[in-house]
Structure formats: structure tokens, C-alpha cells
Design a protein. Structure first.
Lengths: 318, 275
């Protein structure tokens, strides 16, 4: 143990170890493997095994206990004609597109406004101010929105009554046509989130000389924003877009808490449908098949992202 | 000064409107938490006076247990993640053992696996271990999952530390443990705090996993507990205690925020990058 002190960093590794056999090297570094053991035990048990199990059991009719029958691609065939699943993917696409558009407008606008303030202490104040709501637990925020939409003494309905718009009063989350839009609207005005922070960091990284030369050339505030600032925060815009898509794709707790997919199944999303198949209908195999499909879509999105979006992050200096 | 103000004024106007729209629901929550039901019904928009502090007593007796569960689960998970991730991050950063890249890739690859894929088998696994309705059902998977991104961050941070320091320690006869304990860890302190906060936020806000793995309700964390607590008010004309519960549930994270604002903001942004 004592002669085995610190391993050498890659950059300074001398050529000497090459003369040793691989086995000698492994023995020499046994301490490293031992130290990594707890980490790998945990991820093998709680991450790799469940992932593999999900892919494997997507080919079975499985109730998680006694019934386990290999059915080949039957689950996937069944999925192709499952109306609720199609509906839930339709909802997911709408929710995701809406979230992407929102995050391209409101947080970007707020970050640009804060960046344009000349009074820097005030700019700092707003930055902190818009972080505070993120500290409130996510579920509490959802509970507040459930109250806002509440059919009886809800904030939104009371506001409509107070302003004489009684005709518009309705049970927002129980309305077949409006429930999905009500869910999209959660978080309005959407500025208190990580997107604002990321955009702001992007604006603040713009070299001052660029802004100065734009000013010297007589650019208006508008020209400065669209021709100088916006192109320079493009990598942040892409980052926020990717994160929004992935976040929207994974999140079904919001729907579970707000509407549980209802009324009917008009606000169903794939994650919640998977959850319901597993926990309520005991169709574990079918749930795993839905999970597998979502995994494949995630991989496809990751591929598209590295192929078309990520490359530009480097040359703008992210 | 006046020129600055004249330039900033329209911006302040817009930001103020946005801030009011953002914060009004939260203020409404706080106001209502101090109201009796008649006050709420007859004076919906008004300020609460006199303050009904009893709402907080009612809410506290019902959600304190969830808050304690959350503090235990998030606290223990956070400590576990810090210990495992700092050891593994250190090993990946400073030892050139055979297979290092392969092992690291095995950890990185997990970032591509969505939680919905593993949800069902992970639940059945925890069930088969007999861990349902125990702290282990929450803490062990939280440590397993939480360490992934933490290792990723810590590896690059510890690798960026100058080799000379470790070289000097080695010449002075320092053991691996001493180099870890007295060089790597003290220098990584800011990043460790950020990871800790990020991790607490993640486990504190998680809803699905505790809902699935602690069905009997005794070990519910605050996220699950508060929804059930809120549902129990359905049909009851009792808003004050409900909103008081929401406020109580928000206090621990706000306290952490007040004491570590800078790390908190760093944690939120890096937490975003994780997702």
C-alpha cells in the first residue's frame, strides 16, 4: 500500500508502464477498482439492471409476478393501434412545442431586458428575484395552479367574476377542450426559471467591444439586439431548446397531479399512460414496451441534437 | 444617474409587471394561509387581518412527518452522493488505470436512459428486495442515480487541479487517502456545495418515485405528502390550513437558499444542464 501512493495523471504518464503486462497494471491499480466498486455496484443494480430488464420485458406479457409469457413484438403491434397512446403522443408533441416556443420568447425577453438595464445593482436584484420562485417546491407550485384553476373559489374564476366576465367562468381543468391549454399555461409568465438564468449568462458573456462598436456604428437598440446580441446567444437558445424538449418529454408528474390525464384521456401523456398500465392495470410488459419506445425516441433526439445543434456551441464559445 | 434612470425606466416598467404576475400567486398563498374560511369567502382579495396563526398549527401537525421524511431522505442521499461521487470523481481524474475510459463511458451512458424506461423494473426490483415502505427504497436509488452527474462534474473539476500539488504531496510521502482528503476535497468545496444543493433540489421535488415505492404513506416525502394533504381538503370549506401547509412545505428550501444563494444559482443552472 505504501509504495502505491498516487497514480500519475494522463499527461505525465511515462512510457514505462507499457512494458508491464495488462494484468500487472490491473494489479498495480487494484486500489482504483476497489474505490470505484460502490459506485458501480449501485448503478449496476439500480440503473443498468432496470434498463436492461425494461428492454427485455417489452417482449413479454408480464404482470410483474406469476404471469410472464414471451409474445415477441406483440406489445409493439398492440401499441400501433392503441388510440390512447397515439392521443398521448399527440398531447406530448403539443405540450413540447408550446414549451419550446414559450421558452424562446418570455425568458429570453426577460433576460434581454435585465441585460439592457444600465443600473447594475437593479439588474442583479431582478436576477435574484426571478430565482426565488424556483426555490418553491415544484409540487407546491402545481398545487397553487390547481387552486388558480379551481372551479369554485379559484383565483382565475374569481378574477373573471370581479371584472364582469362571468360568461367565461368554467372548471378549467375539467373542460374537455381547454384542459390541455390550461396545463400549457401553468407557470405564466414563464420568466422565473433556469432558462432566464442561462440566457442572462449568455448575454453577459458577450464581449463589451462588440456592443461598443455597434453603438459607435450608430446601431439602434433594436438593431443591436437582433444583429449582435441574438446571434451571440444562439448557443444558449439551442441549449434551452434541448433542455425544454427533454424536460417536457420526461415529465408526467405535472399531468398526474393536475388532471391525472383527464377529463377522459384528453390530457394523457405517454409517461402517465406507462405509469397507469404498470401500476393500475398490472400490464408491466406493455408499460416496458412504451418505455422502450420512449427510450428510442430519446436516442433519436440525442442523435439529432449532436448532429444538428451541438456543433455550433463550440464556435460561439458557449 | 438621472440619465441612467430615464434609460431604464421603460424596462423597469415591463419587468415590474412581469414580477407582479410571477409573484402574485405566491403572495396570495401567504395571505390566504392567515385567513379563516369566512374571511376567505367574504374578502377573497383582501389582506388577512386579524392573522389566523392557528392555520399553521393545524397544518404543521399534519405535514411535519412528511417534512421530517424529506429531510432524512434528501439529507442522507446528498451525503451518500457526495461521498461516492467525490471518491469516484477523484479516481477517474487522477489515476490512469486500464479501462478508465470504458468505465467512465459506462457512467456517462446512463445520462441517455430516461427515467420512464427504468421506472417499472426498478420498482419491481425494490419490491423484490423487500424495501417497499422503507427509507432504503428512496435513498439507495437516489444515491445510485444522483452520483452519475456528480461524478461527471467532479471528474473534470479534479482533473483541472494542477498536477504539481499532487506531485509534491507524493514526494512528501502522502498516501492516496491523504491526497484525497487534504488536497482534492478542500479545493473542490465550492463545487461540492453546488452538487449538494442540486441533489437536494432533485430529491426534494421528486414525486413519482416516492409515490410508487412508499405506498403505505408513512414515509411519504413532502412532495407526495402535500398533494394528499391538499386532496384531503376537497369539499371542505377550509382554505387557510391548506395554504399554511404549502408555506410550511416551502420553508426548508427557502432557508437553504438564503444561506447559499450563489451556490444555489449555480446549482440550478447546472441542474438544468443535467436534465
Amino acid at each position: 500500500m505504501s509504495e502505491l501512493t498516487l497514480g500519475r495523471h494522463t499527461a505525465t504518464t511515462p512510457a514505462k508502464p507499457r512494458s508491464r503486462t495488462l494484468w500487472q497494471q490491473i494489479v498495480r491499480y487494484r486500489e482504483s477498482y476497489l474505490l470505484l466498486l460502490p459506485t458501480f455496484l449501485l448503478i449496476l443494480i439500480f440503473n443498468y439492471y432496470p434498463a436492461g430488464s425494461a428492454l427485455y420485458h417489452s417482449l413479454f406479457e408480464w404482470n410483474g409476478a406469476n404471469l410472464k409469457q414471451f409474445t415477441g413484438l406483440n406489445n409493439f403491434v398492440q401499441m400501433a393501434s392503441d388510440k390512447t397512446l397515439w392521443q398521448s403522443f399527440g398531447n406530448l408533441v403539443q405540450l413540447t412545442l408550446f414549451a419550446v416556443v414559450i421558452n424562446l420568447i418570455f425568458p429570453l425577453g426577460a433576460a434581454a431586458l435585465i441585460f439592457h438595464l444600465r443600473n447594475l445593482p437593479m439588474a442583479y436584484f431582478y436576477r435574484v428575484l426571478f430565482v426565488v420562485p424556483m426555490v418553491v417546491p415544484g409540487v407546491v407550485v402545481l398545487m397553487i395552479w390547481r387552486f388558480i384553476y379551481s372551479p369554485n373559489l379559484g383565483l382565475l374564476n374569481e378574477l373573471l367574476r370581479a371584472t364582469g366576465q362571468e360568461a367565461l367562468v368554467r372548471p378549467w381543468l375539467g373542460d374537455f377542450t381547454l384542459a390541455l391549454y390550461a396545463i400549457m399555461f401553468i407557470g405564466f409568465p414563464w420568466v422565473a426559471g433556469f432558462a432566464t438564468l442561462i440566457y442572462l449568462a449568455g448575454f453577459q458573456a458577450i464581449p463589451l467591444e462588440l456592443l461598443d462598436s455597434a453603438a459607435i456604428d450608430g446601431a439602434s437598440t433594436r438593431q443591436r439586439f437582433f444583429s449582435v446580441e441574438l446571434p451571440l446567444v444562439m448557443s444558449q437558445i439551442k441549449l434551452v431548446t434541448i433542455l425544454t424538449v427533454i424536460g417536457s418529454f420526461q415529465n408526467f408528474a405535472t399531468i398526474l397531479v393536475m388532471t391525472n390525464g383527464g377529463p377522459g384521456t384528453v390530457t394523457m401523456v405517454p409517461g402517465l399512460f406507462l405509469y397507469r398500465n404498470a401500476m393500475h392495470y398490472n400490464k408491466m410488459g406493455y408499460a416496458c414496451a412504451i418505455g422502450t419506445l420512449m427510450f428510442v425516441i430519446t436516442l433519436a433526439l440525442t442523435y439529432l441534437n449532436t448532429r444538428y445543434l451541438k456543433s455550433s456551441v463550440e464556435y460561439t464559445g458557449g | 444617474m438621472t440619465r441612467t434612470f430615464r434609460h431604464d425606466f421603460p424596462i423597469h416598467l415591463v419587468l415590474a409587471v412581469v414580477a407582479v404576475l410571477t409573484f402574485y400567486p405566491f403572495l396570495f398563498m401567504v395571505f390566504t394561509s392567515f385567513k379563516t374560511s369566512p374571511q376567505f369567502i367574504h374578502d377573497f382579495w383582501g389582506l388577512p387581518w386579524p392573522l389566523t396563526v392557528a392555520n399553521y398549527r393545524d397544518a404543521w401537525t399534519r405535514i411535519a412527518v412528511y417534512l421530517v421524511n424529506s429531510i432524512i431522505v434528501s439529507g442522507v442521499s446528498m451525503v451518500g452522493v457526495l461521498i461516492l461521487a467525490s471518491i469516484s470523481g477523484f479516481v477517474f481524474a487522477r489515476f490512469n488505470f486500464p479501462g478508465r475510459e470504458l468505465f467512465f463511458f459506462a457512467i456517462l451512458g446512463l445520462l441517455m436512459i430516461p427515467g420512464v424506461l427504468t421506472l417499472v423494473p426498478a420498482f419491481l426490483l425494490v419490491k423484490s428486495f423487500g424495501l417497499l415502505n422503507t427509507y432504503g427504497a428512496l435513498i439507495l436509488p437516489y444515491i445510485a442515480g444522483g452520483q452519475i452527474f456528480a461524478i461527471f462534474i467532479l471528474r473534470s473539476f479534479i482533473a483541472s487541479l494542477p498536477e504539481e500539488m499532487f506531485e509534491a504531496a507524493r514526494l512528501d510521502g502522502a498516501s492516496t487517502w491523504q491526497a484525497f482528503r487534504h488536497i482534492a476535497i478542500p479545493l473542490s468545496k465550492p463545487i461540492l456545495v453546488t452538487i449538494a444543493i442540486m441533489n437536494i433540489l432533485g430529491t426534494w421535488n421528486d414525486y413519482i418515485w416516492p409515490l410508487v415505492t412508499t405506498p403505505d404513506g408513512k414515509l411519504w416525502t413532502i412532495s407526495v405528502g402535500i398533494v394528499t394533504f391538499s386532496n384531503s381538503f376537497r369539499g371542505l370549506e377550509s382554505w387557510g390550513p391548506m395554504f399554511a401547509g404549502y408555506v410550511i412545505a416551502s420553508i426548508p428550501l427557502i432557508v437553504i437558499f438564503l444561506f447559499s444563494m450563489r451556490y444555489f444559482i449555480a446549482g440550478l443552472t447546472s441542474g438544468a444542464i443535467k436534465a
